[in-house]
Design a protein. Structure first.
Ligand code: FAD
Length: 573
C-alpha cells in the first residue's frame, strides 16, 4: 500500500497524498510576528558584529559574536520554553539559520551543528533526566554541542566506526577508546554526541553502535583547527577519547540502537543545511544583481546582456524552488508528520547543488574581481563546497532517496509474488495491490488542490509521478534485489524524486500565493514556478528515456579501464 506517512515515498507508488502538502504551511500570526522581530535583531546584530571577511581571514569566530548569539537566545531557538529555550517551530528556527548564513557560513554552521546535530539528539532521544540536565545550558549557549560520528578511517560508512565503548568495572558506565575527525564545534563544545561500538551480551555478541553523551570534562581531548578550504571560522577539530570514562545514565536512545539516533538526527541536520544554502544563495543573488547593474562593458551595464540575464533568472528560479522545498519540509516537521527523511535529504542535495551552481555563476558575473582573494564571491564559493560533502554526501543521499523510496513498491511487489504462489493465504495482499493499481495505474492520480492557473505545471507533475511509479515498478520486476547495486538507476530515480518534490513544493506555495494575492499579485511566483517546471520537465524526460536507453555499460567500461590503467593514459606526443 502507498505509504501515507511520507509524501515523497507515496509518489513512488504513483499516489499523490496532496493533503500532506496543501495548503502550503504557514506559521500562525504570533509566530510570524515573533520571528520577524527576532530576524530584525539578528540583522542588526550581524551588521554590527559579523565581519565575514575577518572571520575567514583569522579562522575564528570572535568571542563577541558567540556572546551576541547567546544574548539573542539563538542557541535555544527551538528548544522548548520549559527547558529554557525560545520554543520556536522548525520553520522559524530554519529561517534564523538562513539569515545567519546570509551573513556568514561559519557562524551559521556553528549554530546549525549545535542545534540541529547536537541538541536535536537530546531533544528527540533524551530521557527526561537528560533533557533537564543538558537542555537549559545548551539553550543559553553556556554549553555548546557537537556531533561526533566520522572517524579518520570512515565517513560515509558510519556502521564501520572503530571507536569502542566498553562497560566499566561496575558495569554501569562506559570507557571510550577512539578518535573522531572533523568534529564541527570541536574546539568550543562542552557536550559531544559520540557514536561508538558496544558489544551487547544478549546471546548475540555482535558489536552494535551506541550513542553516548560525553562531556568535555569527562576527558575528551580536541586538537587544533583542521586547516581547510572554507568554513574557516567554524571550529572543526579532531576529538580523541583515550580511556575516557562516561558515567551511567549517558546512553542517548537505546543501547545498541545508536545508528538509528545518528540517522534521525541527520534528518534534522539536513534541513538546517538546506536553509543555510538558501541564505548563501540570497546573498550571492544580491551581490550578482548589484554587479549586473553597476558594471559597465561595451558602453552598457553587463546586466543588459542576455547571457547575464539568463544567469540571474536561473539563480532566482532555483533559489525559489529551494526555498519552497525547505520550508514545505519544515512545515511537515511542524505538523508532526513522522517521516520527512526523503524530503530533508532532497532539500539537502538540491540546496547544496543549487548553491554550488549559484556560487559559480556569481563568480562568473563578478569575473576577475570575484576571483581575487577577499572578494565575497571567492569566500562564499569556498564556503559552499562542503555542503555537497557533509551530513551525508550527495552520492550517499541519492542512493538513500532512491532505495528508501523504492522499498515500499518493492515490498508490495514481493507481497504480490507471495500472493501468487499462495493464492488463498495471499488473497488479502493481492487485493490491496489491486486497489493500489486501480488507484494509480489504470487512472492517473490527480493533484486537485493546485490553483487552476497552474494547470500546465500540475499536469507535468501528475504525468511524471505516474512515470516514476511505472519505471520503479519496471526496474524492480526486472532486477529485484540487484537494484541495491545499480547506482546509475538509483541516480535517475533520485533525480526524478528531487524534481517532483520541488515541483510539488512550488505548486503548493504558488497556489497559496494566488489565493492570497490574486493572479496579478502572485504573477512573479507563477513565473518562477513555470520556469522551474519547464526545467524539471526536460530533466524528467531525459531520466525517463534513460531507463531503457542509456550508456551505463559504456561508462562502467571506461571507468574500469581507468582503474586498470591507474591514470589517464593518453597523450598527443
Ligand atoms: C568541514 C567538515 C565538517 C564536518 N563536520 C562533521 C561533524 O560535525 N561530525 C561528523 O561526524 N562528521 C563531520 N564531517 C564529516 C563528513 O560527514 C564526512 O566527510 C562525510 O560523511 C563523507 O565521508 P568521507 O569524507 O570519509 O568520504 P568517503 O566516505 O570516503 O567517500 C568518498 C567518496 O566516495 C563516495 N562514496 C562512498 N560510499 C559510496 C557509496 N556507497 N556509493 C556511492 N558513492 C560512495 C562519497 O560520496 C564520496 O564522493 C565533516 C566534514 C567536513 C569536511
Amino acid at each position: 500500500m502507498a505509504n501515507e506517512r511520507s509524501f515523497t515515498k507515496a509518489l513512488f507508488h504513483g499516489a499523490i497524498p496532496e493533503e500532506m502538502v496543501f495548503p502550503w504551511p504557514e506559521p500562525g500570526k504570533d509566530e510570524r510576528e515573533n520571528t520577524a522581530l527576532l530576524l530584525e535583531g539578528v540583522r542588526s546584530f550581524a551588521a554590527r558584529e559579523i565581519d565575514a571577511a575577518r572571520i575567514d581571514r583569522e579562522a575564528e569566530i570572535p568571542p563577541a559574536v558567540l556572546q551576541g548569539m547567546r544574548d539573542l537566545g539563538l542557541f535555544g531557538l527551538h528548544i522548548p520554553h520549559e527547558y529554557g529555550g525560545r520554543g520556536l517551530s522548525a520553520t522559524a528556527s530554519a529561517r534564523v539559520v538562513q539569515e545567519l548564513a546570509f551573513h556568514d557560513a561559519s557562524v551559521a554552521t556553528t549554530l546549525a551543528a549545535h542545534l540541529s546535530l547536537g541538541v536535536a539528539g537530546v531533544m528527540a532521544f533524551g530521557t527526561e533526566a537528560q533533557k533537564k540536565k543538558y537542555l537549559p545550558s545548551l539553550a543559553s549557549g553556556e554549553r555548546i554541542a557537537a556531533f561526533a560520528l566520522s572517524e579518520p578511517g570512515t565517513g560515509s560508512d558510519a556502521s564501520a566506526i572503530q571507536t569502542r565503548a566498553e562497560r566499566n568495572g561496575a558495569g554501569e558506565g562506559f570507557v571510550l577508546h577512539g578518535t573522531k575527525q572533523w568534529v564541527t564545534n570541536g574546539g568550543i563544545a562542552d557536550l559531544f554526541t559520540v557514536f561508538a561500538r558496544t558489544t551487547v551480551h544478549n546471546g548475540q555478541s555482535k558489536p552494535r553502535i551506541t550513542c553516548l553523551l560525553v562531556e568535555r570534562e569527562d576527558g575528551v581531548k580536541t586538537g587544533a583547527q583542521q586547516l581547510r578550504m572554507g568554513l574557516r571560522g567554524a571550529s572543526i577539530t579532531e576529538a580523541s577519547m583515550d580511556g575516557v570514562t562516561v558515567p551511567a545514565g549517558r546512553v542517548l536512545g537505546e543501547e545498541a540502537r545508536g545508528f538509528k539516533v545518528a540517522m534521525e538526527v541527520l534528518n534534522t541536520g539536513r534541513l538546517s543545511l538546506a536553509a543555510g544554502c538558501l541564505g548563501a544563495c540570497k546573498k550571492l543573488i544580491a551581490l550578482s544583481v548589484q554587479r549586473a547593474l553597476d558594471r559597465k562593458a561595451f558602453g552598457r551595464s553587463i546586466g543588459e546582456f542576455g547571457m547575464i540575464k539568463d544567469k540571474i533568472a536561473r539563480m532566482m528560479t532555483e533559489a525559489f524552488a529551494l526555498e519552497s522545498m525547505t520550508y514545505l519540509t519544515t512545515g511537515l516537521v511542524d505538523a508532526r508528520v513522522p517521516d520527512f527523511s526523503l524530503e530533508s535529504a532532497i532539500s539537502k542535495v538540491y540546496g547544496s547543488e543549487v548553491l554550488w551552481r549559484v556560487a559559480g555563476e556569481a563568480m562568473q558575473i563578478a569575473a576577475g574581481s570575484g576571483y581575487m582573494q577577499g572578494h565575497p564571491s571567492e569566500r562564499i564559493l569556498r564556503d559552499a563546497r562542503v555542503n555537497m560533502i557533509f551530513e551525508g554526501t550527495n552520492e550517499i543521499l541519492r542512493a538513500f532517496i532512491a532505495l528508501s523510496g523504492m522499498q515500499g513498491p518493492g515490498r508490495t511487489l514481493s507481497e504480490v509474488g507471495r500472493a501468487m504462489r499462495e493464492p488463498i493465504k495471499g488473497f488479502g495482499l493481492l487485493s490491496d495491490f489491486a486497489l493500489l493499481k486501480a488507484r494509480t495505474v489504470l487512472g492517473r492520480e490527480r493533484l486537485n488542490r493546485a490553483h487552476p492557473t497552474l494547470r500546465r505545471e500540475t499536469v507535468i507533475f501528475e504525468e511524471y509521478v505516474g512515470m516514476l511509479s511505472k519505471n520503479v515498478d519496471k526496474v524492480l520486476r526486472r532486477h529485484g534485489k540487484d537494484i541495491a547495486e545499480m547506482q546509475y538507476t538509483q541516480r535517475r530515480v533520485a533525480d526524478m524524486a528531487i524534481d517532483l518534490f520541488g515541483l510539488a513544493a512550488c505548486l503548493a506555495r504558488t497556489s497559496r500565493a494566488i489565493e492570497r494575492k490574486g493572479e496579478e499579485g502572485a504573477r512573479r511566483e507563477v513565473e518562477l514556478t513555470a520556469a522551474f517546471a519547464n526545467g524539471a520537465e526536460k530533466r524528467l524526460q531525459v531520466n525517463v528515456a534513460a531507463f531503457d536507453n542509456n550508456d551505463d555499460e559504456l561508462l562502467k567500461g571506461i571507468a574500469a579501464q581507468a582503474y586498470q590503467d591507474g591514470a589517464y593514459p593518453f597523450d598527443v606526443v
